[in-house]
Structure formats: structure tokens, C-alpha cells
Ligand binder design. Structure first.
Ligand code: ADP
Ligand code: TRP
Length: 324
């Protein structure tokens, strides 16, 4: 099974990215799939205008992926821009993608509402994403729920292309886990760098603690029963705890006699246990820029070789290349 996914270098990695996407990346990699993971730096240009900022976020994300368990001996890890053929394929796809398909994408409207410039790049973002996925004949794309519509656009484009030019592209499937589809942020909305409601993956332990202890809870007295499914703290605890421990806490909510302070304290412990090894490794990698750069350059070569093979076929069947 060929697995592919990407994350934009447009901010600090957070726990939503980890549970929604990165943890699946690592799992799929360790299960022996052929995995390709990349840093979507062309996509990030839709929201990051400063060159220095884009370069820094790219370096940080590279170290971040590796710190969270991506293993370059098992997976191909690279920068999107090291495979410039995706831009070529994106143009070819643009010529078969109906405007209506892109006009229906909610992510474009959401991002414009959040203040991003309504430019052509943002509008055709899903077309470049389709090129990212289809250029490697990917079977499976692990992502969070918010990417589901983009995956549908990708599948539509693949089918349209195959109908017109022959069965060349693999129609991929999204891999979205129910329990981590949408990780809530500290305010109960979806955790997102745009909402300033995140637990960052590499922030110091005392900041993680402060943020969790400050989560708003209701004023149900200690002795009364509480609804775990309405509590942000429980939602976060559930992600980091073993299923057995999560079940025990559920019971304690429901039977009463438990205060929010107590469950918050345990949540802090669980997150610090989870994040401490990541923080250590991230610091080491941040001090070893050459290693990270080498990993990405090597990964870029391997990814490009796969992409070039497909592009030869695409150029031929579309009539772009005529000497064959
Ligand atoms: P953000 O919303 O912070 O801008 P991105 O859009 O860069 O995050 O997301 C990168 C990856 O992480 C995507 O696969 C996305 O689906 C996943 N992801 C982001 N936030 C969450 C969340 N709160 N819950 C589940 N998955 C998420
Ligand atoms: N759009 C994705 C996001 O915002 C990033 C992305 C770009 C991606 N190309 C991709 C994800 C290809 C999966 C596959 O998170």
C-alpha cells in the first residue's frame, strides 16, 4: 500500500496535527507500508508571505516530523518544491477541473473569511493537492476531517483524467480515524493555529500545564455527576490515555465525587509524558540543521524519481510530448 500525506509549514505543530495526522503517519510507516510524507511549502505560500518566515517554518516542520517519529529509513520524507513536476501536473489538472467543483470547496471560503487573500493560488489549492497525491499513485491519504472535501476533489480529478486519457491514475482513499477526526482546542472549537487555541507539540512543559489548567469547565459541584462528552478536558485526556484509563475516568465523571482540578492534573501528566521525548528530540534536531537538510534532499530525489515516471506517461497521453 502506498501512503502519502503532507502538512503546510504555516505555523507551529500542535496536538491536533499529531492525533489527526502525524500519529497515523508513524503508524502506517511502522506497519511496513511504502510511505511518502512531505512539507507542503508551495501550499503554504497561500498564507505565509514573508520569505524568512516560510523558510523558518519549513525547517521547524522538518525537525518536527522527525521528532514525532517519522523515520527516514522507512519513509520518504521531502519538500514539495523538490518535485517541481507537481506544478506541471497541477496545470494539466486545472484544464480538466470544472470551476464549480472548486467553488463548492468550503476551505476556500473559510480561509477568505479568516482574512487570507482571495487569490488564484488559494482558489486552486485543491488542484495542487490533487497533483501532490496523484503524481505518486498513492493509495491512502491519512488526514484529519477538514481535508475530506479536498480528497473528494482529488478523486473526482483522477476519475475525470482517467476517463479522458485512459486508466493511468490511482484513485486514492482518505484515511480518517473517527476518534481523532477533529481534536478540540482549549476553547472547544477545532484545535487550529488560526484560532490560537492549541497545545503546541514542542512548547515547554510548564506552558502545556498552564494551558490545560486554565481550560474552562462548568460549575457542577464536585459531588454531582458530570457529562464527560461535554468536557474539553475529557476529550483531551481520552486522546492521550490508554482506553482502560479513559474508561475509568468516564465512570468517575458519571458517578460524581470528582472535581475538574483532579482530571486536569492527570491530563497535564499524560501530555507531558507524551510530549517530553518529542521536545528532547526536537531540540537535538533543531541544532543539527545539516542532518535535517540531508534527509530532505535525499527524500526529494527518491520522490522525484517516482513522480518523473508518472509524468512521462502523462505527457505522452495528453499529447504534450509528440515524439513517441
Ligand atoms: P491548522 O488547522 O492548525 O492550520 P493544518 O491545516 O496545517 O492545521 O493541518 C495539518 C494536518 O493536521 C491535516 O491533515 C489536518 O487535517 C490535521 N489537523 C489539523 N487540526 C486538526 C484537529 N484539530 N483535529 C484533527 N486533525 C487536525
Ligand atoms: N491541504 C493539507 C492541509 O492543509 C496539506 C496538503 C497539501 C496535503 N497537499 C497534500 C495533505 C496532499 C495530504 C495530501 O493540511
Amino acid at each position: 500500500m502506498r501512503v502519502l500525506s503532507g502538512i503546510q509549514p504555516s505555523g507551529k505543530l500542535h496536538v491536533g496535527n499529531y492525533f489527526g495526522a502525524m500519529r497515523q503517519y508513524v503508524q502506517l510507516q511502522n506497519e511496513g507500508n511504502e510511505c511518502l510524507y512531505f512539507i507542503a511549502n508551495y501550499h503554504a505560500m497561500t498564507s505565509v508571505a514573508q520569505p524568512e518566515e516560510l523558510a523558518n517554518y519549513t525547517r521547524e516542520l522538518a525537525a518536527g516530523y522527525l521528532a514525532a517519529g517519522l523515520d527516514p529509513a522507512k519513509a520518504i520524507f521531502f519538500r514539495q518544491s523538490d518535485v517541481p513536476e507537481v506544478c506541471e501536473l497541477s496545470w494539466i489538472f486545472s484544464c480538466i477541473t470544472p470551476m464549480g467543483l472548486l467553488e463548492r470547496c468550503v476551505s476556500y471560503k473559510d480561509k477568505v473569511q479568516q482574512g487570507l487573500a482571495a487569490n488564484h493560488g488559494l482558489f486552486c489549492y485543491p488542484v495542487l493537492q490533487a497533483a501532490d497525491i496523484l503524481i505518486y499513485n498513492s493509495d491512502l491519504v491519512p488526514v484529519g476531517q477538514d481535508q475530506k472535501q479536498h480528497l473528494e476533489v482529488t478523486r473526482d480529478i483522477a476519475v475525470k483524467f482517467n476517463n479522458r486519457y485512459g486508466e493511468i491514475l490511482t484513485v486514492p482513499k482518505p484515511h480518517i480515524l473517527d476518534e481523532t477526526a477533529v481534536v478540540p482546542g482549549l476553547d472547544g472549537q477545532k484545535m487550529s493555529k488560526s484560532y490560537d487555541n492549541t497545545l503546541e507539540l514542542f512548547e515547554p512543559a510548564n506552558r502545556t500545564k498552564k494551558k490545560i489548567m486554565r481550560i474552562q469547565t462548568d460549575s457542577t459541584p464536585i459531588e454531582e455527576a458530570k457529562d464527560p462528552d461535554k468536557c474539553i478536558v475529557f476529550a483531551l485526556l481520552k486522546l492521550a490515555a490508554s482506553p482502560e484509563e479513559a474508561a475509568q475516568w468516564r465512570q468517575r465523571y458519571e458517578q460524581g465525587g470528582m472535581g475538574y482540578g483532579e482530571v486536569k492534573k492527570r491530563t497535564v501528566e499524560l501530555y507531558n509524558e507524551l510530549l517530553e521525548p518529542f521536545r528532547k528530540r526536537y531540540e537535538e534536531l533543531s541544532n543539527d540543521r545539516d542532518y535535517v537538510e540531508d534527509v530532505m534532499r535525499e527524500g526529494g530525489k527518491k520522490a522525484r524519481a517516482i513522480a518523473q515516471e508518472l509524468m512521462e506517461k502523462v505527457r505522452s497521453v495528453t499529447g504534450i510530448v509528440t515524439n513517441g
